[in-house]
Design a protein. Structure first.
Lengths: 61, 245
């Protein structure tokens, strides 16, 4: 199978790559979101520690 | 070897354990994903009737099965949290919901892209497709409901009720292809054997394993952030190395 034929998927390229492409993009977004969530959680905790505020910050959000 | 499992039901001990376990699920997942893709695209032969479009099933079937399993696990954790008032179980339910919703969406998306060339339609109001769509809405409802309630413990309880009631939908999705005469085909993989080519089976099982491990890894990372958010006022969180650094 040469590469051009491989990418064309015998006429089903849009369907096949549309499926796998979206799966990969969505998974990449999810990973990025989870990493961002952790960063934000840690940042907020550091803020609490620095200000010596053990009080709940939730009201301020 | 006696391991005190109850020890790990405390968020403070589970936080560390989850951190240590994550790479053990994440890396095998990535490796298996590549192997599964390789088998699926380079070893598995072209399907006699569906042509190359059938290769979508290597990801469609695993995400669909997992979207149902994640729902049951989420509802199970939510129920545990509701009955035993265990904080960590409720946090696990909250952590599983976004991944479940994503997998339900991917199931519908890849299904539509498979359905168009194979059935000639992106979407039909078939029992299997409709119940899967309902499950996506249940996931989104669970996430929205929890986000709308300020008090996390109340959010846990409200979400748990929704998750438990909604779990009735899962067996309906699963058996829909047997109970009703639907357009969606029945399962090719049966206990009694399958008509599938061996390489096709290998591709599907490898992808299934890869995505299972992915779900575990991503949930562990997410639950750790949820633990930090909810336990922010505790001594142990303020003493964590990653916080004091």
């Amino acid at each position: 199978m040469n590469w051009m034929n491989f990418f064309l998927m015998k006429g089903y390229a849009w369907y096949v790559w549309g499926s796998y492409g979206v799966v990969l993009v969505v998974i990449a977004i999810e990973i990025a979101m989870v990493i961002r969530k952790r960063k934000i959680a840690l940042q907020q905790l550091r803020l609490i520690c620095e200000n010596g505020l053990v009080a709940d910050l939730r009201n301020k959000e | 070897m006696a391991i005190n499992w109850f020890k790990y039901s405390a968020p403070s001990t589970f936080y560390g354990l989850a951190g240590k376990l994550t790479p053990w699920f994440a890396w095998p997942s990535a490796i298996l994903f590549c192997i599964g893709m390789y088998i699926g695209f380079f070893i598995a032969p072209t399907d006699a009737t569906q042509g190359e479009a059938y290769r979508i099933i290597f990801v469609h079937v695993p995400v669909s099965i997992l979207s149902m399993l994640i729902y049951l696990i989420m509802a199970g954790y939510a129920a545990l949290g509701l009955v035993f008032n265990t904080r960590l179980s409720s946090m696990m339910a909250t952590a599983l919901a976004p991944t479940g919703a994503i997998f339900a969406f991917l199931s519908l998306w890849t299904g539509a892209l498979w359905g168009k060339p194979t059935w000639g339609a992106w979407w039909v109001w078939d029992a299997r497709l409709t119940t899967e769509l309902i499950m996506l809405f249940l996931y989104l409802g669970f996430i929205a409901l929890q986000a709308s309630i300020e008090d996390p413990r109340r959010a846990d309880r409200a979400g748990a009720l929704l998750a438990i009631v909604g779990s009735v939908n899962v067996p309906i999705i699963y058996f829909s292809v047997r109970w009703w005469n639907t357009l969606h085909q029945g399962s090719t993989m049966k206990m009694t054997g399958t008509s599938m080519h061996i390489a096709m089976q290998q591709a599907m099982f490898t992808m299934m394993a890869a995505l299972w491990l992915y779900v575990i890894a991503i949930t562990l990372v997410r639950v750790r952030s949820i633990i930090l958010e909810r336990e922010r006022n505790t001594q142990w969180v303020s003493e964590l190395r990653e916080v004091t650094l």
